[in-house]
Structures are given as structure tokens and as C-alpha cells.
Design a protein around this ligand. Structure first.
Ligand SMILES: C[S@@+](CC[C@H](N)C(=O)[O-])C[C@H]1O[C@@H](n2cnc3c(N)ncnc32)[C@H](O)[C@@H]1O
Length: 188
């Protein structure tokens, strides 16, 4: 069983009380993302959709063990401020870079040599396909793209799912976690 420090557990449980209000992933999904980061020894992770930092904490805890870093994007300043406070309380703030702004625009302006080995998509559902297209050139071989809400918001994310499942550069599956999580592995 994963042992979580008391103060961090307190923050996670506190955030779970407002899970719906802040659109956070389920605890099971957070735990799985944390495992995936460790199983793949992720070094450079990107999260699209920070909210109050709940999933970022799970990712950050995994990255603390791998020695990796997380960049996370949010366009509401109020949520970013809360997330930064939560990252600090869970002592993952030193490995997290928080970017404020529209994810599509931020991704568009990534440098050619900005590379990620893990991407978690959890922002605007109709824009999942755009995020995928923009992030694909920055994902290394063996990298992973996860996307939440692929069953809870199936219609809205269909263009993304269709594209990633049809893409020969990826091997993909949908996991039956609470909102449905797609996991795509970059083969080339
Ligand atoms: C589902 S919530 C993220 C939840 C978070 N991953 C978690 O589980 O704790 C989606 C977040 O993405 C943000 N968002 C939506 N569209 C965005 C965009 N185009 N650019 C940046 N952030 C966006 C929303 O403000 C919201 O806070």
C-alpha cells in the first residue's frame, strides 16, 4: 500500500470534499496516475488542466520518487493560486511549474526541444483533439498520453479518441476508472 504523509493525506481528503466543484479526478485515477509515473520512471510530465491541484499532487508525489518534474497548465488564476498553495502544503511545489493561460496557445508556443515523456489531458473536453495534435511532436518514443473523462464525456472527446486509436504511432486502451481514462503509448 502506498504510504502517504499525514499532512498530504489531510490535503487530499480535504480536496475530495469539493471534488465535483473543482472537477478533480477520482482518487482511484489519481492513484493510478501516480503508479504510472513510477512504473515508467517519468522525468518530464505535462498536465493540461490543473484546477486546484488534486491530480497534480498525485503526479507530483510520483515524480518526487522518479526525480522528475511536472509542468501544469490552467487558465483560471483563482484556481492556479489554490493549486500552488496545495502543492506547497504537500511539499511537491519544488518540482512543479505552473503555467497560466489557454492551454492551446501555450502548447502552440512550445519550443521544438521541449520534450515530455508523460502527458495528462484533463482540460476542455472538445479541445482534447487539439491538445493531442499539439503535444504529439513533443512526446518522446515510449512516452504516454493519458486523458480523463473518456467515458463520462464520450461524445465530446470522440474526435480525440478516434484520432488516437487510429494513429499507428500509438497503442491505446481505455481503462474502466470512474470517468474512463485512456492511456496511449507512443511506439515510435
Ligand atoms: C477537469 S478540471 C482539471 C482537474 C484536475 N486535473 C484534477 O483532477 O485535479 C479542468 C481544468 O482545466 C481548466 N481549463 C479548461 N479549459 C482550459 C484551457 N483551454 N486552457 C487552460 N485551462 C483550461 C479549467 O479551468 C479547469 O480548472
Amino acid at each position: 500500500m502506498l504510504v502517504i504523509a499525514d499532512e498530504t493525506e489531510k490535503v487530499l481528503e480535504e480536496l475530495e470534499l469539493t471534488q465535483k466543484q473543482f472537477w478533480n479526478v477520482a482518487r482511484e485515477t489519481g492513484n493510478f496516475l501516480n503508479m504510472l509515473v513510477k512504473m515508467n520512471n517519468v522525468q518530464n510530465a505535462l498536465e493540461i488542466g490543473t484546477s486546484n491541484g488534486y491530480s497534480g499532487i498525485w503526479l507530483g508525489l510520483g515524480l518526487k520518487q522518479t526525480g522528475g518534474r511536472l509542468t501544469t497548465i490552467e487558465f483560471y488564476e483563482k484556481r492556479q493560486t489554490i493549486a500552488l498553495e496545495n502543492f506547497k502544503r504537500c511539499k511537491v511545489d519544488d518540482i512543479i511549474t505552473s503555467k497560466i493561460g489557454d492551454a492551446g496557445t501555450i502548447l502552440e508556443y512550445l519550443k521544438d526541444d521541449d520534450k515530455f515523456d508523460f502527458v495528462f489531458i484533463d482540460a476542455s473536453k472538445p479541445q482534447y483533439l487539439d491538445y493531442f495534435k499539439l503535444v504529439k511532436p513533443h512526446l518522446v518514443k515510449g512516452g504516454i498520453i493519458c486523458a480523463d473523462n473518456v467515458t463520462s464525456h464520450a461524445e465530446k472527446v470522440k474526435p480525440f479518441l478516434d484520432a488516437v486509436f487510429a494513429d499507428n504511432d500509438f497503442q491505446s486502451e481505455i481503462l474502466p476508472l470512474p470517468a474512463g481514462l485512456s492511456v496511449s503509448y507512443k511506439l515510435v
